[in-house]
Design a protein around this ligand. Structure first.
Ligand SMILES: *Cc1c(COP(=O)(O)O)cnc(C)c1O
Length: 432
């Protein structure tokens, strides 16, 4: 009935998430409010782990891409499931370290890591560092020598794949700021250079072709290209690449019309390519990493808002304004993303209207969505926006000096605060 499977309508006609009345959550914690269903996160992580085990016979590891949604509680949950982490900045890494995350299962990313970030990653002993460019390789080599350590590294490779998704979230094509290009020979030269480095150990290669991808073919093609490169390295340099990270990017259901394949299907089809290509190329099957972000976090989340103004502009549109907007939900203004919304306290009613849900920020583009089917909404109603668990809280800002909402986790009929709502004093905390 709803895009996310944990949503139902309860006996009061209210929207329930994980069996908990969302109208009561809004009353208890205030709005705007991010709500994350712990069971959905755990179930998804288990499904990913199970499919890695099933399709790669234990020779693989899942790393949750924490940029999708990161806070200490999320890190604790991911860690307790035995899943690793992909961190893309010192802030994400620090959050995981402070949450007690098993650092040996952290891959450290970033296309422009600072020396401070590299030094921190080396000093906490992350499992490996995914090196993006030659300047970084040279800086890391020096830092490692100074510290007397030999960190494992992977190289971020642009496999030259055009995944069919929004331009801003494509990352695998040659015109991308991420990683080394294959076609130009840049990646091959970098591998040669890394092999000659004394203070880093080239453990693997990494690719990530984009996000919210529905086609399976680009993933298969990326695996084929990467394995071909691994064979090339073996044949020309006699060097064995032991690890291959195939990235994340699995698409999820935001709207009723979206019909992504379950990620197990991606995993199965890609694993077949990995097996057959390794045989064909006579290379040992590398240890496989995958890095899902959105597919873990998005379906677990909803955002709750309270309706303020309702403006009917005859023959044009009806605006329903809510107490948040682009500061907590930036994906519409960034990518024109669409969502399913529900009036939580009228969830059993028909969606009788088509409205535009607007935020409270001083930008006309500050919308939650345009032309959305919705129950008749009036001032004081609670609106739930579905599948908002990824790239909302993590991309939120204090635009207009709005306070960031709280994050509440729900589990087994209980709710708890994972991130407190910002106070007005938080807004001026660093002002001098
Ligand atoms: C963003 C990102 C991911 C996760 O992508 P999703 O679409 O959220 O699954 C994985 N790996 C890398 C390197 C990324 O940049």
């Amino acid at each position: 009935m709803f895009v996310s499977e944990n949503l139902t309508v309860n006996e009061n006609g209210h929207l329930a998430a994980g069996g908990i009345d969302t109208v009561e959550l809004a009353e208890k914690y205030g709005t705007p409010l991010y709500v994350m269903d712990e069971q959905v996160v755990r179930n998804t992580l288990r499904r990913f782990k199970d499919s890695i085990d099933k399709f790669y016979g234990g020779k693989g590891e899942v790393h949750y891409a924490s940029k999708a949604f990161s806070c200490m509680e999320m890190c604790r949950i991911v860690n307790s499931e035995g899943v690793g982490l992909d961190a893309v900045s010192i802030g994400e890494l620090y959050t995981a370290v402070k949450a007690g995350f098993d650092v040996s299962k952290i891959g450290f990313h970033g296309n422009n890591k600072t020396n401070e970030e590299l030094e921190y990653a080396v000093s906490v002993g992350v499992g490996h560092i995914i090196v993006d460019n030659i300047s970084e390789l040279m800086r890391l080599e020096k830092i490692a020598a100074e510290k007397g350590v030999k960190p494992a590294i992977m190289f971020r490779i642009k496999p030259g794949i055009d995944a069919h998704t929004h331009n801003f979230v494509k990352t695998g094509q040659i015109d991308s700021k991420f990683g080394f290009a294959l076609e130009t020979g840049e990646a091959f030269d970098a591998v040669k250079q890394a092999i000659s480095c004394e203070n880093v150990e080239l453990m693997g290669l990494h690719c990530h072709i984009g996000s919210q991808i529905f086609d399976i073919a680009p993933f298969e093609e990326a695996a084929r290209v990467m394995l071909g490169f691994i064979a090339d390295i073996k044949n020309k340099l006699g060097f064995e690449i032991k690890g291959l990270n195939l990235g994340g990017g699995f698409g999820i259901k935001y709207l009723q019309k979206d019909d992504p394949s379950p990620f197990e299907t991606y995993m199965e089809r890609v694993s077949k390519v990995v097996k057959s290509e390794c045989e064909r190329l006579s290379i040992a099957q590398p240890f496989i990493f995958i890095e899902p972000g959105r597919s873990v976090a998005a379906p677990a989340g909803i955002t709750l808002y309270t309706v303020g103004a309702r403006k009917e502009i005859p023959n044009i549109r009806t605006y329903i304004s809510v107490d948040g907007g682009m500061a907590d939900s930036p994906r519409y203004i960034l990518y024109g993303s669409e969502y399913e919304a529900v009036v939580a306290n009228k969830a059993s009613q028909d969606k009788s209207e088509t409205v535009t849900i607007a935020g409270k920020c001083c930008e006309s583009g500050d919308l939650i969505g345009e032309n959305m089917p919705l129950q008749h909404a009036e001032s004081g109603d609670i609106i739930a926006v579905c599948a908002t668990g990824a790239y909302n809280y993590s991309m939120s800002s204090n635009y207009n000096r709005l306070q960031k909402p709280a994050v509440v986790f729900i589990n087994n009929g209980q709710s708890r605060i994972a991130v407190k709502r910002e106070t007005l004093d938080d807004i001026i905390r660093n002002d001098v």
